[in-house]
Design a protein around this ligand. Structure first.
Ligand code: SF4
Ligand code: SF4
Ligand code: FES
Length: 505
């Protein structure tokens, strides 16, 4: 560790860090465009200029490393003037069309202008204009808004190594072009360029003109696409601020980084998976007993009576949270029922896999840690009572075919799922499960990191957590999580202890 001073306060920081990173860790934000923690340093935007004592000119914080005794000023007169100048320069050719720009409300140019500049443009000449175009099925490019930070170019060069975007021409004529739209169409990580673009130059076709970001609620969650457990932001349309009636619809999933995991991006499969969850038509809206909708109380009573048997089975799900699974497990333990887990599903990995070696379900590791037997080990017996936790998706694996047969052969079967599937259709009772954004839930990813996915909206229709249907004494999902951690992991954990980046087992 070395000692530096920022704005006259002394701090101990790690040697070798850049000023920008060291300041960020202390909690001092230095404005920047071209810097991105997962990309090489370009040092081209000059937005991060700071004053370093003894240096004749302001220095770029993103490319200058700290040294022992360094004295840095991030808000001196010189720095403020430099920032103002940089912003005036960037804005010379900018269309300033914020009212129709989808980045508005989360744009770094907008934010920094109000924070550091707020001056009128002195530029009197016509601005350089380029065509706005859809450069792939998923992405559009508005070169007029570009600040030429080259984050997009570096992402495609350094992370996916596919080189679809590049900068052409020079000086005030320089702009970004797509040289290989077909490759961009097929790049399974391509949509990240819309996230990392600090302004509204790159955006998702699907999100274009769809929703102003201030009419959404942004919540940090865990992607349900696979066991990598990538951190995501889920934007849900905010019912209280809306007049157009699309309450609690997921309008977008985008990247939330997790430095503990070294994860800065998400794949397109995870990003666009929200469409599955917006399918309100197929939602199980209330408990369904033999094809007829019933209320919550009746469903609880039916479960109480029908589960009062000797031979019962509960099949858990790697697609549900620890809370839902452990509530079902405790129910089975109390009744003396058998408990099984489905065999892991494996899917083809995209050609460029960043965070996974093998594609598995998001909570596969939880069920493995519990050392539960697989459904392939279920004996050929007909159970009096069977409960299966299912999430979204069609039946395709051998394991799922076997579960279906267990449900069909049972005297009374219950399926807990959010969308009506072939499992639900074959069960005597279907329980309306919440989707992942409707409740807090924890997942253990493929690197044994326990993470907390946050609730973004209320339960839709009559969905309820499973423990309420099972009449357990728990008052919240967190209580179940605490019990799971104690009994299965031998750890004293709660949501607060998991923090924003999770707990490593
Ligand atoms: S399009 Fe966006 S990410 Fe790419 S160079 Fe321009 S401002 Fe940067
Ligand atoms: S890698 Fe997996 S967890 Fe990450 S975004 Fe893609 S599907 Fe989701
Ligand atoms: S962030 Fe430092 S020059 Fe761009």
């Amino acid at each position: 560790m070395i000692s530096i001073k920022i704005n006259d306060r002394e701090y101990q920081v790690e040697e070798g860090k850049t000023i920008l990173e060291a300041a960020r860790e202390i909690g001092i934000e230095i404005p920047h465009y071209c810097y991105h923690p997962a990309l090489s340093i370009a040092g081209n935007c000059r937005m991060c200029l700071v004053e370093v004592k003894g240096m004749p000119k302001p220095m770029t914080a993103c490319s200058t490393r700290v040294s022992d005794g360094m004295e840095i000023y991030t808000d001196s007169k010189i720095v403020k003037e430099a920032r103002k100048g940089v912003l005036e320069f960037i804005l010379l050719d900018h269309p300033v069309d914020c009212p129709i720009c989808d980045k508005s409300g989360e744009c770094k140019l907008q934010d920094y202008y109000f924070e550091h500049s707020a001056q009128k443009s002195r530029y009197e000449f016509p601005k350089e204009r380029h065509k706005v175009e859809k450069i792939s099925k998923k992405i559009y490019l508005n070169p007029n808004r570009c600040v030429l930070c080259t984050r997009c170019v570096r992402f495609l060069r350094e992370v996916t190594k596919t080189y679809e975007l590049t900068t052409v021409e020079r000086g005030s004529h320089a702009h970004i072009v797509c040289v290989d739209p077909e490759s961009l169409d097929n790049n399974p990580w391509a949509s990240n360029i819309a996230d990392i673009c600090p302004v509204g130059a790159l955006g998702l076709n699907e999100f274009r003109f769809k929703k102003r970001v201030w009419f959404t609620k942004k919540v940090k969650a865990i992607c349900q696409g696979c066991a990598a457990g990538c951190n995501i932001y889920v934007d849900v349309s905010n019912r209280k601020q809306l007049l157009d009636g699309d309450d609690d619809e997921i309008v977008r999933i985008h990247t939330a980084e997790n430095r503990k995991l070294g994860q800065f991006f998400i794949c397109d499969e995870g990003r666009y998976s929200y469409k599955l969850y917006n399918d309100k038509e197929n939602r199980v809206k209330s408990p369904i007993l033999e094809g007829e909708e019933i209320n919550f109380e009746k469903a609880v009573e039916v479960i109480r009576k029908k589960s009062n048997v000797r031979k019962g089975v509960v099949i858990l799900s790697p697609l549900h949270s620890i809370e839902e699974n452990y509530a079902a497990y405790l129910f089975a333990r109390e009744k003396g029922f058998d408990v099984f887990r489905p065999s892991s599903f494996r899917k083809e990995l995209p050609e460029i896999a960043l965070y996974m070696e093998e594609k598995k379900a998001p909570n596969d590791r939880m069920l493995k840690l519990m050392k539960l037997p697989k459904v392939s080990e279920i004996e050929e017996i007909d159970y009096d009572f069977a409960l299966f936790l299912h999430n979204v998706g069609k039946i395709h694996s051998k394991s799922e075919v076997r579960i279906l047969s267990v449900l069909k052969r049972a005297t009374f079967s219950v399926v807990f799922e959010p969308m009506l599937s072939d499992f639900g259709k074959s069960a005597n009772l279907v329980l309306p499960a919440p989707i992942f954004v409707e409740e807090d839930g924890c997942y253990i990813n493929n690197k044994n990191l326990v993470q907390h996915s946050h609730k973004a909206c209320d339960y839709m229709f009559n969905a309820r957590p499973l423990w309420e249907f099972l009449e357990s004494d728990f008052k919240s999902g967190e209580e179940i999580f605490v019990r799971f951690a104690k009994e299965q992991l031998d750890k004293d954990l709660n949501y607060q202890k998991l923090g924003t980046e999770g707990f490593e087992l």
